[in-house]
Design a protein around this ligand. Structure first.
Ligand SMILES: [Fe+2]
Ligand SMILES: [Fe+2]
Length: 648
């Protein structure tokens, strides 16, 4: 504590310093400007008519921790208005002799010392009060923050950050408890932070026992507040400090506060270890010492590191308790999420297993959709620049894509498996009727109802009809109109006498055969196509029944629209324009078509080469069925490559 004597102008004649020994080595000056120390006691000799001016100059320095006292010379004023009488130790009309001066100086500094102690106590109380207020604010925020953070690693960092902030710790680590198959418990070093240093963290495990400080707290579930870790042996806990970390990182571990993280059942699930409190409750207190005071030299460690305030023993344990609950909730939530995700995937697998031709389709569509969403996130301009998919939105899209064809479970499997225009049984019975016709012709010849040449001609015709029907039955596009070919076949058959044994006429080619054989593209007729199209509404109805959390509420709508087309030719509602469907559905439409073309496992369709697929997608965009901006992204960002690689 610095002591100063100021002799203001005009006061000199009243002071006899000749016999003053200045045993305390007090600085004697003639101007207030030298008063710049943060803590000091100041005795001012001043003439009465100078008092007001001097007092005014001192008032400006009141932010400092210092006390001062006046010895005033001269006649008493008419009025003491404006005088701070508590700062006046003496009012004299006569000069101070040598011995009087010595006595006055000693007496004044003793009195000032007392009031300085009072000031410091008051400042400590103020700082303590301010710290408690900040701690309370932090506690309120902690509860909220911990319940909001969903990412487990970020949650741990947040817990550590808040613990350090409250206690003013320079460094800290969090260990989490683990149990192996042999029921042996371990502490896993999960997160660590030291202010102003970037020390790379390597996760490691150590056995849970009392050999280490963190282990001790993990075993005993008791808080350890160690004022000086170099003297930890004196605490008789059987602990010693391993300073290899300090040596490696040029660090000095001094004070430590180590608390267990207890869950609802009072079981230790982890340990928070805080090192080197820098929180000095003085008038320098700012509340952000943890992230403000840099310990970069031995002097800095000596100057700033203090033991952890005892009040944090309970407070930090309360925080650790909240943290434990958050970690457990978080773990449970992730577990439930993972289980649900696995359940969805298993269900999708089960459905796709019904039809090996489309196996893996939903998973691949989901991958393409996720890759496209991430690519959209990188777009800065154009209408896509306005979209951003956060983690939840990407998960929502992934679920929607996984489930987009779930409604197919409600559709007759035979339709999916229909490889040719006629179902196998219909084809076989048509062939049997033609064989019967063949026999009828032979029978007629035996019964001498027709000549040999007529017979041969008819039999050749039937053979030809069978060949034509086999060809017609193929789903590939054929030369000529199938309708004309069928009409011609029917006409020819009618010319061949054919009858049931009871004499009734026989329809060799039924209406059903005719309808199916005249399919122009693929193997499905209009009704079958319509039935397949209902899969989107089935998906919607099914997926809507799942009580999705808030971030996933659009899953039914996204999945419902994956066959809508931009120009209004899609299904189920023929919605036109970008405004009428969600971007996610339009991405899914591209992913769906891409996979249908790229997969080699569709019935009677070999995979289309990539160059051809890209041309088809571009054409679809040009025709107004697919979103051209999204097709551009799909092609330019080579989404297909990243997905193809994963399946290579
Ligand atoms: Fe679909
Ligand atoms: Fe699909």
């Amino acid at each position: 504590m610095e002591k100063i004597i100021v002799i203001t102008a005009g006061a000199e004649p009243f002071l006899d310093f000749s016999g003053y020994k200045n045993a305390q080595n007090i600085n004697i000056v003639h101007d207030f400007d030298v008063i710049d120390a943060d803590e000091l006691m100041c005795l001012i000799f001043v003439k009465a008519d100078e008092y007001a001016r001097s007092a005014e100059r001192l008032r400006g320095k009141k932010n400092k921790t210092f006390v001062y006292s006046f010895v005033v010379f001269g006649p008493a004023p008419d009025s003491y208005a404006g005088w701070e009488l508590q700062t006046i130790s003496e009012l004299r009309t006569s000069p101070l002799s040598g011995s009087e001066l010595e006595f006055t100086i000693n007496k004044s500094f003793m009195a000032m010392d007392k009031s300085l102690q009072a000031v410091l106590r008051e400042k400590y109380s103020e700082a303590m009060l301010e710290d408690t207020r900040r701690d309370q604010d932090d506690l309120i925020n902690i509860g909220r923050s911990l319940s909001i953070e969903k990412d487990p690693q970020k949650l741990l960092s947040l817990i550590l950050y808040l613990s350090k902030k409250i206690t003013g710790a320079d460094a800290g680590s969090i260990y989490l408890m683990e149990e192996d198959e042999d029921k042996q418990k371990w502490l896993r070093f999960k997160v660590s932070e030291t202010y102003g240093r970037n020390i790379p963290l390597t996760e490691f495990v150590m056995p849970l026992n009392k050999n280490s400080i963190a282990g001790y707290v993990g075993v005993t579930a008791k808080v350890l507040n160690i004022p000086d870790v170099s003297k930890v042996a004196e605490m008789n806990l059987g602990l010693t400090h391993n300073n290899s970390y300090d040596e490696q990182n040029n660090y000095i571990t001094r004070s430590m506060l180590v608390v267990p993280m207890l869950n609802h059942h009072d079981e230790v699930i982890g340990v928070i270890q805080l090192i080197n409190s820098k929180e000095e409750l003085s008038d320098e207190y700012r509340g952000d010492e943890a992230f403000n005071v840099l310990l970069d030299s031995k002097e800095a460690f000596d100057r700033y590191v203090v033991p952890f305030n005892e009040k944090y023993n309970d407070l930090l344990q309360a925080i650790a308790g909240q943290a434990a609950v958050s970690i457990e909730n978080n773990t449970m939530m992730i577990q439930i999420q993972t289980q649900f995700e696995e359940f969805v995937k298993a269900s999708v697998n089960a459905i796709e297993a019904r039809d090996p031709a489309t196996s893996g389709h939903s998973f691949r569509v989901a991958e393409v959709c996720v890759a496209m969403a991430k690519a959209v996130n990188e777009v800065e301009d154009g209408y896509l620049g306005e979209f951003h998919f956060n983690d939840t939105a990407i998960k929502e899209l992934e679920f929607a894509a996984l489930l987009h064809d779930f409604g197919k479970v409600y559709i007759d499997l035979n339709i999916f498996r229909k490889e040719k225009k006629l179902f196998q049984k219909d084809f076989e019975s048509l062939m049997m009727r033609l064989d019967y016709l063949y026999r009828c012709v032979e029978l007629s010849f035996c019964m001498q109802k027709n000549s040999q040449s007529e017979r041969d001609l008819l039999l050749a015709q039937i053979k030809d009809i069978k060949d034509k029907i086999k060809l017609l039955n193929e789903p590939s596009v054929m030369d000529g109109s199938p309708d004309e070919i069928i009409e011609e076949i029917i006409k020819k058959i009618k010319e061949i006498p054919c009858f049931y044994p009871d004499g009734a006429d026989m329809d060799v080619v039924t209406i059903n055969d005719k309808e199916n054989l005249s399919i122009k593209r693929g193997s499905l007729n209009i009704e079958e196509r319509k039935e397949i199209e209902t899969h989107v509404t089935h998906t919607y109805n099914f997926v809507s029944r799942i009580p999705w959390p808030a971030g996933y509420k659009d899953i039914p709508e996204i999945a419902l629209r994956h066959h809508e087309k931009l120009n209004g030719t899609g299904y189920p509602d023929r919605l036109a324009g970008r405004e009428s469907t969600m971007l996610q559905s339009r991405m899914m439409a591209i992913a769906d078509i891409y996979d249908a073309l790229a997969s080699s496992d569709r019935p009677y369709k070999s995979s289309v080469p990539m160059e051809k697929i890209l041309i088809i997608l571009k054409e679809e965009a040009a025709n107004g069925t697919l979103d051209p901006d999204l097709v551009d992204i799909f092609i330019n960002k080579k989404i297909y490559e990243s997905v193809a690689k994963q399946h290579a």
